[in-house]
Design a protein around this ligand. Structure first.
Ligand SMILES: Cc1cc2nc3c(=O)[nH]c(=O)nc-3n(C[C@H](O)[C@H](O)[C@H](O)COP(=O)(O)OP(=O)(O)OC[C@H]3O[C@@H](n4cnc5c(N)ncnc54)[C@H](O)[C@@H]3O)c2cc1C
Length: 341
């Protein structure tokens, strides 16, 4: 397998700017200023979730065909990992790509695919053999206009309304074998590496919304008077907001440290998983506690805090649920039960 160290400079020939990952992180943080979770998520699928494996491990031909137009914005990418029966347990996916001459014939389907209803291509995880589940998978660049692909439905969600989430079926979809990213059979490993950027992105993305939720709540609670004084003047209110702000600063430090280490080429799987776990929990806690101080107004569609409450709930589920993050952290801490003991 290729080493973890990856130079973004190599992407200039495909239209990249040759900047390191910290610039990507800065963009992700700035996208948090969009007053919703869905648009930054949809952009992140293109920049940090469906394309990193192709950029790191793909052939020159594949990068020209799929990465270059994704960088220029001419093609929309989506990531097809999750299936109806496999979300947390990625190794258990059922979609199969059978070899036929120089082609692959794909059957199965994907679930929860962000951008899936409008994407031009999918970075799709498939089983390319019947071997052991961690070495029988490949990531494939799948053009979404291939015959046999059906976007079955757009899924109705409690939040993230401005991002489409699709269920997709594959029936005898034919793609050239040369569309496999990197080495055949290494797809699971590549996807685990690709997840690092997805999880970092998710953690970076919540920083500005957290800041905004707290700031907006301070402004509202200062203005809103009950029992003859501002809501904010109750110690339980301003102490709670101070706690949340402190937690935010700790998350920010961990995220920036993870980004700095990643730029140096280090494997940040453990730290990125910790950041994603903490990000998910903190946005839930912050949106819930802040919404409370808005009273009935917090329960309306008219204020940002209610949208944050709905949209940000996904952070603890998408890209690996909190429990999956905990399992990864446990593996690094060597705390999991040993087989046979
Ligand atoms: C809006 C949205 C967008 C998405 N976008 C994409 C996308 O673009 N591409 C893609 O491939 N997927 C996408 N997903 C799928 C997402 O990654 C999965 O939903 C997620 O990984 C959880 O899988 P699952 O839904 O199948 O839940 P399950 O795997 O059924 O898990 C259910 C719950 O079990 C718990 N759990 C999991 N593991 C453990 C454990 N070890 N111990 C105890 N409890 C555990 C967790 O609480 C988890 O939420 C998206 C999902 C949503 C909702």
């Amino acid at each position: 397998m290729q080493p973890m160290v990856f130079s973004f400079e190599t992407l200039t020939e495909y239209g990249g700017l040759g900047l390191d990952y910290s610039y990507s992180a800065a963009v992700a943080e700035e996208l948090g200023n969009i007053n919703c979770g869905a648009i930054p998520m949809a952009i992140g699928v293109q920049t940090d979730m469906a394309t990193p494996a192709l950029a790191k491990f793909g052939s020159d031909k594949l990068k020209k065909e799929f990465l270059a137009p994704s960088i220029s914005g001419d093609k929309v990418a989506c990531l097809g990992v999750s299936e109806v029966g496999s979300g947390s347990d990625v190794a258990s996916i059922k979609t199969k790509a059978a070899r036929k001459g120089d082609d692959l014939i794909i059957n199965g389907g994907k679930m929860w695919t962000t951008n899936g209803a409008q994407a031009d291509w999918m970075c799709c995880l498939v089983n390319t053999s019947d071997g052991k589940p961690h070495v029988n998978k490949s990531l494939v660049c799948l053009p979404m206009d291939s015959p046999g692909i059906t976007v079955a439905k757009k899924i109705e969600k409690i939040g993230m309304w401005s991002s489409d989430t699709a269920q997709i079926f594959f029936e005898d979809v034919r793609v050239p074998r040369s569309h496999i990213i990197g080495e055949e059979g290494q797809g699971f490993t590549y996807q685990m590496i690709q997840f690092q950027e997805e999880r970092l992105y998710a953690a970076i993305l919540v920083l500005v919304p957290l800041e905004k939720m707290i700031a907006d709540t301070i402004a509202y609670a200062r203005d809103r008077k009950i029992f003859g004084k501002p809501v904010l003047d109750n110690q339980t209110v301003h102490f709670t907001l101070a706690e949340l702000q402190t937690e935010l600063e700790l998350l920010r430090s961990a995220v920036y440290r993870a980004v700095a280490l990643y730029v140096k080429g280090q494997d940040v799987t453990k730290l990125a998983s910790m950041c994603k776990l903490k990000a998910g929990r903190l946005v839930r806690e912050t949106s819930d506690k802040c919404l409370q101080y808005w009273g009935g107004m917090g329960f309306t569609q008219d204020v940002l805090i209610s949208r944050m409450y709905r949209d940000m709930r996904l952070v603890s589920i998408g890209g690996g649920a909190d429990e999956v993050m905990l399992s990864i952290i446990c593996k690094f801490m060597d705390t999991l039960p040993k087989p046979g003991k």
